[in-house]
Design a binder for this molecule. Structure first.
Ligand SMILES: [Zn+2]
Length: 305
């Protein structure tokens, strides 16, 4: 358990494999999703299933596994009546990831997921900042090897606030953001599209956002929770505008609270073809988000350089 192996690979131009989805995979393995906190409650109610999902990804060849803390943000937990359990849920999630790594006898890095889940924009950035800091403090205090800011479906201002909170953190911090194609202009935008029935949530031009973020953030930037089609295009834009390391972990399917629905069954060989093109475009970290499980992650080992 350390960042060394990841650093060594990145420094030597090699590929780092991330894990895939947590929420959709937990559900597939029988964990019941909470109507409000989604997969946040699983670390307490279904710790063995959470551990199994981590173990499945390690078995599939992941170099990095991510804690089940995406949905356990202090802001969501306070909002949904879990305000007394913030430390417990977040600490337990790190503990489960550590156990999975220990059992594997492999050198796997643990990424603490600090997310903007539940950061309803109306709350204002000032309210959100102490909540980001709270989750960062708990996860780094528990000894995660790196942090992934899963800012994914967030407005540029939220992403910037999260980056600013992360600057003082002692472990490496990766930034994961999502993008979408605007139906009207066909431009690549910072934004997301989870639902089949509603138009995408669109914030601002992705290139413009990226230029802002890269002023503050020098560690890896990942195109995350974005559909397969836009991911390849976004990687090319990122490569042009960011000197650091670029990665991607896309999704397949869509969300219907509290379930992730698989709209199509992507085959490992098709995922591999996509991943190959992302590597050729300069992506050095690849994994999966919602709807992408160990079978697809396993196909990435064919890319290992
Ligand atoms: Zn996702």
């Amino acid at each position: 358990m350390s960042y060394n192996i990841v650093k060594e690979k990145l420094d030597n131009g090699k590929l780092v494999i991330l894990d895939g989805a947590m929420g959709s995979e937990l559900e597939k393995n029988g964990a019941q999703m909470d109507k409000k906190l989604w997969c946040g409650t699983s670390s307490i109610k279904f710790p063995e299933i959470v551990k199994k999902v981590h173990e499945d990804y390690i078995e599939a060849g992941a170099d990095v596994i991510t804690t089940n803390t995406y949905a356990s943000t202090p802001i969501s937990m306070k909002n949904y009546g879990f305000e007394n359990s913030i430390e417990e849920y977040n600490k337990k999630s790190v503990l489960i990831a550590k156990k999975a790594v220990e059992n594997s006898n492999k050198d796997i890095a643990i990424a603490g997921s600090v997310s903007a889940s539940g950061s309803f924009y109306k709350l204002g950035i000032k309210t959100m900042i102490p909540n980001f800091n709270e989750q960062l403090k708990i996860l780094t205090g528990e000894g995660v090897d790196l942090i992934i800011l899963e800012a994914m479906s967030s407005q540029a201002e939220i992403v910037q606030a999260m980056i600013e909170c992360s600057i003082k953190v002692k472990v490496p911090v990766w930034l994961a953001i999502s993008c979408v194609i605007d139906n009207d202009s066909n431009e690549i935008m910072l934004g997301y599209n989870d639902s089949m029935d509603t138009p995408p949530e669109v914030y601002e031009n992705f290139e413009k956002s990226l230029k802002k973020f890269s002023q503050l953030h020098k560690s890896p930037i990942l195109i995350a929770h974005s559909n397969i089609d836009v991911t390849g295009k976004a990687i090319k834009i990122a490569k042009k505008n960011f000197n650091g390391i670029i990665g991607a972990y896309p999704n397949v399917g869509f969300y219907e609270k509290p379930h992730w629905i698989y709209e199509d069954n992507m085959k490992p060989e098709d995922f591999l073809i996509q991943a190959k093109s992302w590597v050729e475009s300069g992506s050095q970290i690849i994994g999966g988000c919602c709807g992408i499980g160990p079978d697809l992650i396993k196909s990435l080992s064919n890319l290992k350089l």
